[in-house]
Design a protein around this ligand. Structure first.
Ligand SMILES: CC(C)(COP(=O)(O)OP(=O)(O)OC[C@H]1O[C@@H](n2cnc3c(N)ncnc32)[C@H](O)[C@@H]1OP(=O)(O)O)[C@@H](O)C(=O)NCCC(=O)NCCS
Length: 150
């Protein structure tokens, strides 16, 4: 990471890390579907530790679960001090990517086979996050309905 990635505090700007996560997630989703994709949502993004200028940032993206046209991609961000080799886990992000057809409309995503215990755990946790998101959306709709707004 270079000086142009820094914020006014001298660390790497969180938005730069988000952009890299979005790009890594997009590449993973394209490689899974072999189609164009768009980001529908960044569902969660943690910043566990600051990233410093001069560190090497690695984003590892994995397709965790696939639904009809959308999929969850998890991204793990690690910062390495190239002088010492020390590696720290600095962020985790979960993004929903939607597969598009040639007209730019959502289209079916290829199914995902979860084979290893880690892949099965990621798929299960992605299902939990999706059902929590949908439940939250319903709760907010119901609350707005009860208040007579929207
Ligand atoms: C994402 C997008 C294609 C969804 O279009 P849509 O008309 O809502 O399509 P659908 O209702 O058929 O939904 C398609 C899928 O997107 C998912 N989706 C839509 N909005 C979502 C949201 N806010 N969060 C998570 N998933 C979402 C739906 O759950 C559905 O998934 P499923 O088929 O696996 O069940 C559309 O909203 C879009 O083009 N958004 C802009 C994307 C973009 O520009 N991204 C870059 C950001 S700068």
């Amino acid at each position: 990471m270079s000086i142009i990635d820094a914020n006014s505090a001298g660390f790497v700007h969180g938005g730069i890390v988000m952009k890299m996560c979005d790009e890594a997630a997009g590449i993973a989703a394209v490689k899974h579907s072999r189609r164009r994709v768009v980001t529908a949502a960044i569902d969660r993004m943690t910043f566990l530790d600051p990233v410093h200028v001069g560190q090497l940032l690695t984003c590892k993206a994995t397709v965790n679960a696939v639904w009809r046209t959308s999929m969850e991609v998890g991204v793990r961000v690690e910062a390495e001090n190239p002088l010492t080799g020390e590696i720290r886990h600095t962020s985790t992000a979960y993004l929903t990517m939607v597969v598009l057809d040639e007209h730019g409309e959502p289209t079916a995503a290829p199914p995902l086979l979860a084979e290893s215990p880690d892949e099965q755990r990621r798929m299960h946790e992605a299902e939990l996050r999706r059902s929590n998101r949908l439940a939250e959306r319903e709760q907010i709709r119901a609350a707005r309905g009860a208040r007579g707004s929207d």
